[in-house]
Design a protein around this ligand. Structure first.
Ligand code: GRF
Length: 211
């Protein structure tokens, strides 16, 4: 029988706490999806370890084995397609994604970013927020396109920036929210609710309910 659940491919470079949040949302029955494969550009990443621990195919794609980003991205796209992935989730994936990778998954690839976009795109978003004296920051899940962190916004969560915050303390406050909104965004896809509308996307109703 064909599998009805949304098959998710996760790409990650870091400790994989967002991957963990996705897996926990699935395990608890709050999210009807399956992580089909995890791909990382970092051999010892927590994300790959967590995937292996959960019995999910975990693939280390070593950038050193590829001539350039295009050949790397082409291989990543091939694996994701082979795994019949319906949604690609960049969960702390610290490489730029080129056309060869995002084009086959246009409107089906999302990224989690630790700021309220369009503010503080790119690297070191928490440091940027502190340097600007922002009083509120947060996180954003958005569609991936040819821009850097400027694709259509799907869901956001705000946190206060507190007196004395460091990039690390702000990051840990933001991450708690990431672990809520990333599974929530995947649920919107699983429910077929994400529709392009002008510059952004419409979800049919307010993204109020938490996973
Ligand atoms: C997250 O804070 C995400 O916003 C950023 O990278 C971090 C990944 O964390 N892009 P983890 O590896 O999921 O713990």
């Amino acid at each position: 029988m064909p599998e009805a659940r949304l098959r998710v491919g996760v790409m990650a470079s870091g400790k994989g706490s967002n991957l963990q949040a996705i897996l926990e949302a699935i395990d608890s029955g709050k999210l009807s999806a399956a992580v089909a494969v995890v791909i990382s550009n970092k051999e010892g990443s927590g994300a790959l370890e967590r995937a292996r621990g959960a019995g999910i195919p975990a693939i280390f794609l070593d950038p050193k084995n590829f001539d350039d980003r295009e050949t790397y991205d082409t291989e990543a796209a091939r694996i994701l397609t082979e795994q019949r992935v319906g949604l690609v989730v960049l969960a702390g994936y610290m490489r730029l994604v080129g056309k060869a990778l995002f084009e086959p998954f246009r409107d089906r690839m999302i990224n989690i970013h630790p700021s309220l976009l369009p503010a503080f795109a790119g690297l070191h978003a928490q440091k940027q927020a502190l340097e600007w004296g922002a009083k509120v920051s947060g996180c954003t899940v958005h569609l991936v396109d040819e821009t850097l962190d400027q694709g259509a916004i799907i869901i956001q969560a705000a946190v206060p920036v507190l007196e004395g915050d460091t990039p690390e303390t702000l990051q840990s406050r933001i991450q708690k929210e990431e672990h809520q909104i990333l599974p929530q965004a995947i649920r919107f896809f699983a429910e077929g609710r994400v529709k392009r509308e002008g510059r952004g996307v419409s979800l049919g109703r307010s993204p109020d309910a938490r996973v």
